[in-house]
Design a protein around this ligand. Structure first.
Ligand code: FCB
Length: 450
């Protein structure tokens, strides 16, 4: 792969390429109980001892709720064209369904209007992991009513913002929130086991398509996508057991949600887990299908997988980057731009994928603010090499039309609290002071053709 010093120019991606930066409501907004907002699952999950590193809370986060105007000016100053953000369901429907909170609804109008004033294209994510608590109490993603609740929410958003917003993303990483939140208990709402995971998967697969249909119907000229987490899965050795284990992990990490979205139903392979899912899916293949205009891919790292008979069902374990002595971020995630290139190709190989946008990619490092500066050269290196890998994919004919960096500023990184710093902008969470990191300046120069 390319070396650190190699030059790369934004113009090589073409004039229309969508350069963006992404954030999410629960990670940035704060104001968790202001102006009528209802609680979300993250607001209360963070009260459970030991669930979030340092017992951090998302209550204030980056205070984007009050500071959005200044923050959007920063997005503009860094040279981005696209601003991707999510709508907090419980801010506009405090009980998840029923009564609308006018003030919460007005907040997103202000954010959207500000984007348009600054000539930033808003990309709105409808669900980025913050289920209203009121709905979680009635089953959340596992409930047979989920589809009805979600449709109500999406319909409201389409009516409210459809005149101004043309780019819609239905779900953020359905595998992420169903596995971490409903199988492993590591994310909100903290549930564990297949009896939660399987219905959550199925409702998410249905909601992803149904959300698309609602936006298509209500928003003229909408461009509709949804996002998938993805990781190249590499077997630890050539042994058949490792190769088979890697295949099972690939089904979970990469295939589980895109295949039903494309109309193929859940992956059909010899894997006990899928047999169980089949019970939920046999008559729903059509309902899980929607012709998305684009798919959003979110990639951070590859995984290396080894057979392990002790692990129920999947019979596989991950061999961590640190144990393999390869470069990794402060999250322990392997840095491997070649694998980014390969996973983009893997998703492009599906018939039915027409356009790909990288809706998230980025890295956390142990940034230090020293004399008003953050010398995060490792992050610059990460972005440069990943962009070189993406350009290679594009030049080979893959229709990748955009790249959104994760993320604008350091924020609440879910169960890791405020410790991992992913931003192009450093946030001092005591004072809310923002400082553009060197990677932010690097992006600005890169986007300005310098
Ligand atoms: C993704 C999430 C995003 C952020 C990054 C680091 O999986 O979508 O909110 O946490 O990871």
């Amino acid at each position: 792969m390319s070396s650190y010093s190699q030059k790369i120019s934004a113009s090589a991606f073409g004039e229309d390429f969508l350069w963006g930066v992404a954030i999410a409501a629960a990670q940035n907004e704060g104001a968790y109980n202001h102006d009528g907002k209802g609680l979300s699952i993250w607001d209360v999950f963070s009260r459970r001892n030991g669930k979030i590193r340092g017992n951090h809370k998302p209550y204030i986060a980056c205070d984007f709720y009050h500071r959005y105007k200044d923050d959007l000016l920063l997005v503009k100053a860094l040279g981005f064209k696209v601003f991707r953000f999510s709508i907090s369901w419980s801010r506009i429907l405090p009980e998840g369904t029923g009564k609308i909170n006018k003030e919460g609804t007005a907040f997103y109008h202000r954010v959207i209007d500000e984007c348009l004033k600054l000539d930033l294209i808003p990309y709105v994510t409808l669900y980025h992991w913050d289920m209203p608590l009121a709905l979680e109490k009635d089953g959340g993603w596992t409930s047979h009513l989920l589809l009805k609740w979600f449709s109500h929410f999406v319909t409201h958003c389409a009516h409210e913002y459809g005149d101004k917003v043309k780019n819609w993303i239905i779900l953020n990483e359905p595998f992420g929130f169903t596995s971490l939140g409903y199988m492993l208990g590591k994310h909100a709402p903290g549930r564990k086991g297949l009896s939660h995971f399987l219905p959550a998967i199925h409702n998410a697969a249905l909601a992803q398509a149904e959300g698309g249909r609602i936006i298509r119907q209500l928003v003229p000229h909408a461009r509709i996508g949804t996002t998938f987490s993805c990781s190249e899965v590499v077997p630890f050795s050539k042994k058949e057991a490792d190769v088979e284990a890697a295949k099972r992990v690939d089904i979970l990490l990469n295939r589980l949600f895109i295949e039903p979205a494309l109309g193929n139903g859940y992956p059909r392979e010899d894997f006990k887990f899928l047999e169980k899912l089949e019970l939920y899916s046999w008559k729903y293949t059509k309902k899980m299908h929607f012709k998305f205009d684009f798919i959003g891919l979110q990639n951070y790292f590859p995984v290396v997988i080894k057979y392990n008979p002790i692990v129920p069902m999947i019979k596989a374990v991950q061999v961590k980057a640190a144990n393999r002595k390869v470069a990794h971020t402060s999250m322990g995630w392997e840095i491997n731009p070649d694998s980014f290139y390969r996973i983009v190709k893997q998703f492009w190989s599906y018939e039915g994928v027409k356009e790909i946008i990288i809706t998230e990619n980025g890295a956390a490092f142990k940034d230090k603010l020293i004399n008003g500066q953050v010398h995060d050269e490792q992050r610059i290196d990460y972005f440069r090499k990943h962009l070189q890998a993406l350009l290679k994919a594009k030049e080979e004919g893959i229709n990748v039309t955009g790249y959104f960096a994760w993320t604008l500023m350091d924020n609440f990184e879910w169960s890791e609290g405020y410790k991992p710093r992913f931003g192009l902008i450093y946030v001092d969470f005591k004072t809310q002071l923002r400082t553009i990191k060197n990677s932010g300046y690097w992006f600005r120069d890169f986007l300005n053709g310098k």
